[in-house]
Ligand binder design. Structure first.
Ligand code: NAP
Length: 563
């Protein structure tokens, strides 16, 4: 079967089948469809889930490819990442148009997401070439040491093997088929098998066409990348089979708490448990300190309103809890926030299912004694939440709720993520109340502090508490919008993730797909290329316990170009 992304085909489109080892495969399972969330109209294309045999083929091919391509250099992999970025950019409009149709996300947001995806691939290519991410360390031998000679030890990170990636519904590009999990695994030297998300199967397949083409251009074995559709009767099955497959050595997930914990349990229950890195729900608390509310009520309200409501609140970093200290000055800020949110037009949610889930979680909070609705219509929320038909637009307007510190402390439901355009204001009695609340929030991706000069003491105390509870602390800014760089941390304590020791975004994400191996007294011919003396790329030498950085060399080793 030809792929529709070949240069002589002007408008690439999905074929509705999985791509295994670079080739579209024959349909074997019942087809499933997808609905456009902004209109409620079914999209005409049909997609075929991967069969159990096809899951097996993809995993076995990835395993074979991993062993066949062990001699590929860092430069080869960097070239592959750059070629992926180039192919995705080349198909940019077809990809963003399709993603717009399938997710209802606006075109300009999808263009920005596509740019972030390609620039992350390019950044990872640089990181791979530079080499220090491998944490190479060399202890030279000391044959004359007494009482016993000291052996030479060389240490580096080595890739784990094939990685399964579960893309997210809310970021069809940056956290999906060629998103941060897939890109970091490919960069680290691991073949990747994507479990496509059933809400944007066409988008996933188009990106997979681009990635498969680039893998081939870079001269890697085709099994290095596969994309499996999953939906309809095989919705959970494809993912479960992947996690259980002996050739899959690690997995990345972005989605719900239930999905992430279920898959993490499966990964841990294997006869040979594998790591699964799950990014799940996050409440992203925001603390409005008294001085800042007094000096900047209007600006803070504007920023917060946009951050809560943008893309219908379907962002893992959406601010869900807003803490302030009661008093006349905070009322102006709250009033302004209500006005700003009220002026926001209804925005489509990603699917009828996600909308229903949102309305039901919202209702649980609204029905909690001590919670007031500042913006929103509880009767309509209650009625719609009973049954959300999937042949109607999924638009929702923002909702703002308010409660007190005492209720927040008592009611567990207020501590959970509401995935949608809603936030809860928590009114604290005094600054100490803010500190008490900060100490009991669930583990989160982010925590934000709005502060003025007069707030420094309280800000310092809050920052200390938040360091234990979140992955990123933001001052005088909103949590939405993740800047990708070396310093990025997109992670946090449970339940934001199941692995607080790492990040899903930025160069440090590569380490997740590796483990350290030490080579003791090993002759050069047996060492991985990056540990040999002729390749001093990005590594550290430890002599008598003193760490020194070696000069970085950008020498190329057998780079594979297009063709
Ligand atoms: P999801 O239901 O967790 O699904 C994510 C992926 O995991 C899908 O590919 C799904 O595959 C798979 N999956 C989920 N549970 C599984 C299980 N028990 N066994 C095997 N595979 C499983 O997330 P979603 O569809 O993206 O959105 C649903 C809800 O997740 C949202 O309403 C929201 O609450 C939450 N969410 C949170 C974030 C965040 O960043 N915090 C992001 C996205 C979604 P199948 O569909 O094929 O089963």
């Amino acid at each position: 079967m030809p792929t529709t992304s070949e240069p002589n085909n002007p408008r690439p489109g999905p074929l509705g089948v999985s791509i295994i080892s670079g080739e579209p495969v024959e349909p074997e399972a019942d087809p499933f469809g997808v609905v456009c969330p902004s209109s409620g109209d079914p999209i005409p294309d049909r997609f075929h889930s991967a069969s159990a045999g096809q899951v097996n083929d993809a995993a076995n091919s990835a395993w074979r490819a991993f062993h066949q391509a062990r001699d590929r250099t860092e430069d080869d992999r960097a070239t592959m990442l750059e070629l992926i970025a180039r192919r995705i950019s080349g198909m940019g409009e077809a990809i963003t148009d399709r993603a717009h149709l399938e997710t209802g996300l606006p075109e300009n947001r999808l263009e920005a997401e596509l740019n972030r995806t390609t620039s992350t691939l390019e950044l990872f290519a640089k990181v791979v070439r530079e080499g220090s991410w491998k944490r190479i360390a060399i202890d030279p031998p000391e044959p004359k040491r007494r009482p016993s000679p000291r052996p030479g030890i060389r240490r580096a990170l080595v890739p784990l093997g094939p990685v399964a990636v579960f893309g997210s519904s809310n970021f069809p590009l940056a956290y999906s088929t060629a998103g941060t999990d897939a890109a970091s695994a490919l960069a680290a030297g691991c073949p990747v098998i994507i479990k496509g998300h059933p809400l944007h199967p066409g988008t996933g397949e188009l990106v997979a066409q681009a990635v498969s083409g680039a893998v081939r251009d870079a001269g890697f074995p085709p099994g290095w990348f596969s994309f499996l559709h999953a939906g309809g009767g095989r919705e959970h099955a494809v993912g479960v089979e992947l996690i259980r497959h002996p050739c899959v050595r690690a997995a990345g997930f972005t989605g719900s708490f239930e999905g992430g914990t279920a898959l993490a349990r499966l990964a841990a229950d294997r006869p040979d448990p594998i790591p699964l890195f799950a990014e799940m729900g996050s409440v992203n608390p925001v603390f409005l300190l008294p001085g800042s509310v007094e000096t900047e009520p209007r600006g803070i309200a504007q920023h917060l309103a946009r951050s809560i409501s943008i893309f219908a609140g379907q962002q893992c970093t959406k601010p869900g809890l807003i803490f302030l200290v009661q008093g006349p000055t905070c009322e102006g800020c709250v009033e302004r926030l209500v006005q700003e949110l009220d002026a926001t037009p209804p925005t489509p949610m990603l699917s009828a299912g996600i909308r229903q889930r949102y309305l039901r979680s919202l209702l649980r909070v609204i029905d909690t004694p001590g919670v007031r609705v500042l913006l929103g219509d509880p009767a309509s929320i209650r009625k719609t939440s009973q049954r959300v038909p999937d042949n109607q637009p999924t638009h929702e307007k923002p909702v703002l709720l308010r409660t007190t510190e005492a209720v927040f402390v008592e009611q567990q439901v207020l501590h959970e993520e509401i995935f949608g355009p809603a936030a809860v204001i928590v009114e604290c009695k005094d600054p100490e109340g803010m500190l008490r609340c900060a100490g009991i929030i669930q583990g989160s991706l982010t925590g934000s502090l709005f502060l003025a000069n007069t707030d420094l003491d309280l800000a310092q105390a809050l920052s200390g508490v938040l360091t234990m509870r979140v992955g990123r602390i933001i001052c005088n800014g909103v949590p939405t919008g993740v800047e990708v760089g070396y310093g990025t941390v997109h992670g946090g304590p449970f339940p934001a993730t199941n692995r607080p020791d790492t990040t899903a975004v930025g160069p440090f994400a590569l380490e997740r797909w590796c483990r350290p191996v030490a080579f003791q007294n090993t002759p050069p011919a047996l060492l991985p290329p990056e540990l040999r003396d002729e390749n001093p790329t990005g590594r550290y030498r430890i002599v008598h316990g003193k760490l020194t950085r070696e000069a970085v060399s950008h020498r190329r080793h057998g780079s594979a170009g297009p063709g």
